[in-house]
Design a protein around this ligand. Structure first.
Ligand code: IPE
Ligand code: IPE
Ligand code: MG
Length: 250
């Protein structure tokens, strides 16, 4: 059984004709969602965490093979200490409580970001979850935690130097080989919830030709219908990758 088998689709599959293989999500708007309910921001993070399972299930239902979720950026360390601690704690707890279920549901978990800067115990737990689920062949969930696009590019450059890469071998393929987890394609669709129209240091390299979709819906309220709206928007886009379409006059 896969995680997708547990829910009913909300729209007929035929309505969604072009499915992105990789959807990357900037899960934004948790704090404002909570504040609008006169609750502490932390409540928004808890609700946001709970929403991941629902969205993941539906993405798999729709045939999406890879989902990247932006859970904590390299800039989020600048938040108040209590909020940062809460977010680290939330990840630690969710690794304890969720990974078993995700594994049973055949989800493969990967991490993207600087693992070494996280508390040792947390980085060990992340590594253990990745190892446990490494043979699963359902949807791949890439958790971007302590992730920043600029940091990733800098780290890739450092690694290429350490490997003694010759200048003539420094090409896009070489850089890409040091970035996303191996085998993960660039995102076809980047979704941002919470209403902003910015990338906030997310997948700077990989999103060069991703389609971008922003919705005012805050992450805790981004449900199956909203997933379908994002996929619908994607399927109506014309991707050209800098080229021209075949039917255009030469
Ligand atoms: C996104 O929600 C979650 C993280 C960045 C960890 P926010 O916490 O940024 O929520 P808003 O944008 O302040 O509403
Ligand atoms: C982006 O949201 C990071 C995550 C969702 C983890 P932010 O809330 O940190 O982005 P800004 O500060 O609005 O650009
Ligand atoms: Mg935010």
């Amino acid at each position: 059984m896969t995680i997708a088998d547990q829910t009913q689709p909300t729209a007929k599959a035929s309505q969604v004709d072009l499915i992105p293989a990789h959807v990357a999500i900037i899960m934004d708007g948790n704090g404002r969602w909570a504040e609008a309910r006169h609750q502490p921001r932390t409540k928004g993070h808890v609700a946001g965490l709970e929403n991941i399972r629902r969205v993941l299930r539906h993405l798999e239902n729709r045939g999406v093979a890879y989902a990247t979720i932006f859970a904590f950026s390299t800039e989020n360390w600048t938040r108040p200490v209590a909020e940062v601690s809460f977010l680290l704690q939330l990840l630690a707890e969710s690794l304890k409580t969720e990974v078993g279920d995700l594994h049973e549901n055949n989800v493969r978990i990967l991490h993207q970001g600087r693992l070494a800067e996280l508390p040792v115990e947390l980085s060990r737990e992340i590594a253990a979850a990745v190892k446990l689920t490494s043979k699963n062949d359902g949807i791949t969930l890439i958790v971007a935690f302590n992730y920043g696009g600029r940091a990733e590019i800098v780290d890739a450059a450092k690694r290429l130097i350490e490997l003694g890469t010759a200048v003539e071998d420094l090409d896009e393929k070489a850089f890409a080989s040091q970035m996303s987890p191996p085998g993960v394609p660039d995102p076809d669709l980047v979704v941002r919830t919470g209403g902003e129209f910015r990338i906030s240091n997310f997948l700077l390299w990989q999103s060069a030709y991703s389609e971008f979709y922003s919705t005012p819906v805050p992450w805790p309220e981004f449900d199956e219908l909203e997933v379908d709206k994002a996929i619908q928007a994607f399927s109506s886009r014309q991707r050209r990758f800098g080229g021209v379409l075949d039917e255009q006059p030469k």
